[in-house]
Design a protein around this ligand. Structure first.
Ligand code: ADP
Ligand code: MG
Ligand code: MG
Length: 931
């Protein structure tokens, strides 16, 4: 192994920003900032290779690493003129994990390491603040015990409560009737006096002995070794695993470990700590944005224990919430960093501008001010909402910071999904419950739940839930994932809840101080317009609420929503994407309404119009059932005649919406049994309507039931036994097409045969369609161009594609069925075991969501080659779920298909993904001469 340790400090660093793989994002960022001459406390990074070697050796640090660490500590000591383990000039460090990809809150950080009783006393002398030194010490014991010794944090709760009560008594505050949250508000950490802190430290140590059987480690070197091991161990803790799985982060990456000299934001009112974004992570607006807390350390801001203040005065374009949250009034201007520490603020503004220019992307920064002196502790590419991602990419391209191509590649297609979803209908009647911070946009309605486990459980039952917590912590990740939205009582725009929700694209309202959560219910204080409390109401688990993450408002009940309004930047980005993509994007749409939505989202045609949904309409289902139950062809034709005008009307509407664009209509596909009544009451009703006895109906229904309907009498097999169904459908399509054409509207109907596997099936159905077409054209006195094609959904169809292409003018890969039939896995039954398959790494992703490229993809390519060999210019499309999945779209681009078709809301996602696929394919073919 090469060197295990990379040092940074005093303007020089062994590593740089390119070495994220080796140093983790945090380590690489610290090295790069140091090189840029930005003030960063010195330190060093133990590489991810060491982490991997540690695991490979069965959790043992490789030989020599400890000596290297010792040497690096020595360098720190001489740089800072302090000594690790010495009470005279104590050097304290933080031990911070940092993987290649940022995993906020996933890994554990230990602050103030290198303490014992003597060192704490020395620190008190050196800083002139006993309170500060003891506070740092007791925090260190708490985190170290939790993370390294496995003594959970809450075991110290009671001791802390006692310290608060001690302090309250000294302050003359009556604490007897306060619950723990109220007590904390009355006696915050900053009011704990040295005597209470000293007693607290004693108690904490006793708790550790009680829990572990050994005293708290006094030796700073032992502390350091334990902490480094714990950082490596945390790479495999439960919440890190959950996060990795959600974000496709390989286990093999490992984490780096950063050891860095401490700076203190809790040394008094001329100190503080905060986080900043170079642009607004929620809206993308170009303004310096962030939050800070005076006299506070490290995680106080993210932990949401105190609600932080804005960095900038609102008048100067800063402020936490321009949308009218809890923190945009004049009081916040006064508590802003800009007002309180103008010099440090000005320096921070200069640093952030420099970092954004340097990294050419929006940065997320952590800083600490120690007695007026600014230090940067972290910089990384900032997480952002989909809306912000679009705005930032487009504006940076306009500013010339990045190219248009980079802008296209910058935006995660999955993330723009959230832009396309509805927001609160401002006009609808609604009851405002409370207001918090607009932490992550989007409207969400659901039942209130108070724990992550409960969220997961109810969501598993198909319920929409809103997770309500005082504040969230990494342990809540699974619940946040399951919930539609998250509401917290405490914490700012950069609290855990806010950051994680934005990453997930979930609605989140944070820091909603009007609510207080306890014992399975939430009390909401109601305020009048002047901000006076007028009463309160109680919301229980299971009650419905609606969040508006864009404004921070919380409503009682379900509030109606309105469709997304797409911004100018969004349209601009889409325009750039459309200019570079090769794949066409169509939509799956069964109704005129869906067709209009699809067209508004930029669909270039309909790739799949399913006709069976049209049959379920109340007025028609009766005729459908009559048709199914009829004994002979004559009876069937009578029933079909009733359906004809309905179907024609459907197609008329769709053709009008899609004027000038192709519309692929799939003839009837599902097994007929699906249309029969599913329960006794419906059966009785049907029996009366069709004048067949219920008994007879039951017999017929049983007759039609199949053991394996997916592989049964469905698709074009229906037309082989009862051609009159497809005849009626073809007639409805062609009559509608002629009618629309007569009105001067351009139509491009494409008739698609499902589930074919032989040339003969296509020859028969094609002859049928052609015969009907000639009849209709003769009757209407006009002809329209109509294309005939088939779906490819069976392995045999893919294999026989050469023959099928002689009858079909186009193929559309029905990748849902093609996946089912190729894998031999029923989509409806896969839920029971597919999760385990993904878990075991048998499939990287659910093959019904993300195409199985080596298997199903190979059949797609085979069918493409054989089909095009038989019919040059054969049009190829895909219309399964995979048509809206970015990684599948990348494959369809490589495979040279003509179009993908996906659900209307996915159309913009597919347009962007197709553009990215085209750009990636292009750069894979070779470097461009110019950009
Ligand atoms: P995370 O990855 O959860 O953000 P970090 O390692 O960044 O964890 O640290 C948690 C908090 O502690 C951050 O607010 C960070 O700025 C602060 N911190 C870390 N190291 C130091 C240090 N050496 N001096 C002061 N604050 C620190
Ligand atoms: Mg952390
Ligand atoms: Mg951090």
């Amino acid at each position: 192994m090469a060197r295990s340790i990379y040092f940074f400090g005093a303007g020089q660093a062994d590593g740089d920003a390119q070495q994220k793989d080796l140093l983790g994002g945090k380590g690489a960022g610290l090295a790069e900032m140091t090189r840029l001459g930005i003030p960063v406390p010195p330190g060093f990074t133990v590489t991810t290779e060491v982490c991997n070697a540690y695991y490979a050796a069965g959790k043992v640090l490789p030989a020599g690493v400890e000596d290297e660490i010792k040497a690096a500590i020595g360098r720190l000591e001489s740089l800072l003129d302090a000594r690790f383990g010495s009470p005279e000039a104590p050097l304290l460090v933080s031990v911070r994990s940092g993987a290649r990809a940022s995993m906020p809150g996933m890994m554990d950080t230990i602050l103030n390491l290198g303490m014992n009783d003597e060192i704490a006393a020395g620190l008190a002398r050196r800083t002139g603040s006993e309170r500060f030194a003891l506070d740092a010490y007791r925090r260190f014991i708490l985190t170290y015990s939790d993370i390294v010794l496995g003594v959970a944090r809450d075991r110290f709760e009671e001791a802390l409560g006692r310290a608060r009560r001690d302090a309250a008594a000294r302050l003359g505050v009556d604490a007897t009737r306060l619950n723990s949250a109220e007590l904390e508000r009355k006696v915050p950490d900053s009011l704990l006096d040295p005597a209470s802190l000293a007693a607290l430290i004693q108690r904490q140590k006793e708790i550790v002995v009680g829990a572990t059987g050994s005293p708290f480690p006094d030796d700073p070197r032992a502390q350091l070794g334990g902490a480094i091991r714990a950082v490596f161990d945390s790479w495999n803790n439960h919440r890190a695993q959950v996060y990795r799985k959600m974000h496709d982060i390989p286990e093999a990456w490992g984490t780096a470990c950063n050891i860095q000299a401490m700076v203190f934001g809790n040394l008094g009112d001329d100190s503080g700590t905060g986080v900043a974004f170079t642009r607004d992570p929620s809206t993308g607006e170009r303004r310096f944005y962030g939050e800070w807390l005076p006299n506070a350390q490290g995680e106080d801001v993210v932990a949401g224990v105190r609600t932080p203040h804005p960095l900038s005065r609102s008048g100067s374009g800063g402020g936490a919430t321009s949308g009218g949250g809890a923190t945009s009034d004049g009081a916040d201007d006064a508590s802003s960093l800009e007002a309180r520490m103008p010099e440090a603020y000005a320096q921070l503004v200069a640093v952030q501008a420099r970092l954004e220019q340097h990294f050419r992307d929006m940065q997320d920064l952590e800083f600490t001010i120690q007695r007026g002196e600014l230090f940067l502790l972290q910089c990384r590419t900032g997480k952002r909402t989909g809306r912000a991602a679009v705005r930032i990419a487009v504006e940076m391209a306009r500013e010339g910071l990045i190219s248009q191509r980079e802008a296209i590649l910058r935006v995660d297609p999955g993330a723009i999904d959230q832009l396309l979803h509805p927001s609160i209908d401002e006009g609808a009647p609604k009851r405002l419950l409370a207001r918090g911070l607009p932490a992550s946009p989007g409207a969400a309605t659901g039942q209130v739940v108070f724990s992550a486990d409960e969220a997961e459980r109810r969501a598993g039952q198909g319920k929409a839930v809103i997770l309500v917590r005082s504040e969230t912590s990494p342990e809540d990740i699974h619940g946040m994932k399951a919930a539609r939205g998250v509401l917290t009582a405490r914490g700012g725009m950069t609290s855990h809840a806010a950051v994680v929700a934005r990453g997930m694209g979930k609605s989140c309202v944070a820091g909603c101080s009007a609510i207080s959560v306890s014992q399975g219910q939430m009390a909401v204080t109601i305020y009048d317009d002047h901000g006076h409390a007028t009463g309160s109401i109680t919301v229980k688990a299971g009650d419905l609420i609606t969040l508006d993450g864009g404004t921070g408002r919380v409503y009682l009940g379900a509030v109606p929503t309105v469709p997304a309004a797409l911004s100018g930047e969004f349209a601009e980005l889409m325009g750039w994407a459309d200019a570079v993509r090769r794949l066409r994007v169509r939509s799956n749409a069964d109704t005129p309404h869906d067709a209009r939505t699809a067209r508004n989202f930029g669909a270039e045609g309909i790739g799949l119009c399913r006709t069976e949904h049209m049959f379920f309409d109340e007025e028609r289902i009766q005729a459908v059932r009559e048709m199914i139950l009829a004994d002979g062809e004559a009876g069937r034709r009578r029933a079909l005649a009733k359906l004809l005008p309905f179907q024609r009307g459907d197609f008329l509407g769709v053709f009008r919406e899609m004027a000038g664009l192709p519309v692929t209509i799939r003839l009837l596909d599902p097994p007929l049994h699906e249309f029969l009544p599913q329960d006794e009451a419906q059966l009785e009703q049907l029996s009366q309507a069709v004048e067949i006895s219920a008994k007879e109906l039951r017999r017929k229904s049983q007759e039609l039931a199949e053991y394996n309907p997916m592989l049964g009498h469905r698709g074009c097999r229906l037309a082989i036994t009862s051609p009159e169904i497809y005849e009626m459908q073809a007639r409805a399509i062609l009559e509608a097409a002629c009618e629309v054409a007569a009105a001067g509207i351009e139509v491009e109907p494409e008739i698609m045969i499902p589930l074919s596997m032989t040339r003969r099936e296509l020859a028969i159905t094609r002859a049928l369609v052609e015969r009907v077409a000639e009849q209709v054209f003769a009757e209407k006195g006009r002809r329209v161009d109509v294309r005939f094609g088939t779906m490819i959904e069976l392995p045999r169809a893919a294999i026989m594609a050469g023959e099928l292409a002689e009858e079909a003018e186009f193929f559309s890969f029905g990748t849902n069925d093609l996946t089912q039939t190729t894998l031999g896995i029923s989509r409806d039954d896969a839920g029971r075991f597919l999760g385990a398959y993904v878990e075991a790494g048998i499939f990287a992703k659910d093959p019904f969501q993300s195409l199985d490229v080596p298997g199903v993809g190979a059949l797609v390519e085979l069918a493409r080659d054989r089909g095009r060999a038989a019919r040059p210019g054969l049009k190829l499309g895909i219309c399964g779920e995979h048509g809206g999945d970015p990684s599948s779209i990348a494959f369809f681009e490589r495979a040279g298909l003509d179009y993908v078709s996906c659900s209307p809301f996915r159309v913009p996602v597919a347009r962007l993904a197709a553009a990215q696929a085209a750009l990636t394919a292009e750069s894979a073919r070779g470097p461009r001469a110019t950009d």
